[in-house]
Ligand binder design. Sequence first.
Ligand SMILES: *Cc1c(COP(=O)(O)O)cnc(C)c1O
Length: 386
Amino acid sequence: MDLSYIINQLGEDRELYFNAIAPPIVQSSNFAFNTVAEMRALLQDEYKGFLYSRGNNPTVDILRQKLAALDGAEDALVFGSGAAAIFVGVLSQVRQGDHVVCVQDPYSWARYLFESLLPRFGVTTTFVDGTRTENFENALQSNTRLIYLESPNSLTFDLQDIEAVSKLAKHKGIVTILDNSYCTPLYQQPHAMGIDLCLQSATKFIGGHSDTVAGVLTGSRDMLRKIFVSEFLSVGSVIAPFAAWLLLRGLRTLEVRLKRCQDSAQEICQWLKEQPQVEKVFYPLDPEFPQYQLAKKQMKGAAGLLTIQLKATEAAQVERFCNALQHFLMAVSWGGHESLIFPASASLPEGGFSADQPKHRMVRIYIGLEDPGFLKADLAQALAKI
Ligand SMILES: *Cc1c(COP(=O)(O)O)cnc(C)c1O
């Protein structure tokens, strides 16, 4: 399906709402029926229509159709956060006594789920370095039910060979879930590479304006219908109609925003590599990136997220750089209009910095929609303060 068609037309039946260009926000918790028979039909199968907005809602439904089509999937479920999409996606696939193999540095709340919550219910997890496919194979146990991937991750951008891992999983009857937040469906198509369930934090690029928290899970109709009538309705972490409308608005410009972020990030990546205070730059589509060949093979692009490793012997140098930036805001998250920095050392306790740990000297940079020259000038004056 054409990207332009998906973004501008799919799911939108304007004759139903006065030929309005922008879809209505159907701010209703529930929906009325004319006959008992109609009501009974939906109570028996809520997946089919509009009964109550914890299940389906017309504004959210337009978004679902677009997000599913973008991923090349049969259906999508939209959540109140990316973390809820992770929770429901994983919970739907494991039972007591099951084992999971997960990449070693997944998103922090995915890690918490595997490390702290699931063991309470008898589900164990092995974390592996996902840059080598054989590590997945070696970690498999007779009770492995799920392989959880995140490619690339959002600090050092380690990739997994998605095709190879999903082939291995299919061969053993193991379900695969992949967090595609970094690439979005525009820059990576995990289902086409054999992944069963694909998720993203829509808070990042889909929303794109730092004003909405949401998540997406896509897959086959069969899998999603089962999840809908069970974990999805039970957890109840739905997106509100207004937030769904904001995501629809975000989608209209997704392609041009990603391209702008990518072009600026590539320019700034090249420039950063020439700066004497910068030891290393991590960016998956930089030819010097260790997994560049794989990135080129399975990703169509890489938008605005990169990481620098500073030459620093003490925490104060990293902090001087970060504190001196005038136009980059210091914040978590990414994917909005505004450029951001996130110093990895902010996660350390006071005094926990050690210059021998490269990670402590890493600063993640999100390149937003501003002029790249304006951003470079800001980086230059802050680097000079190290
Ligand atoms: C932000 C993020 C999430 C969680 O999404 P929320 O919308 O914040 O709940 C999951 N995975 C990745 C890679 C993220 O960056």
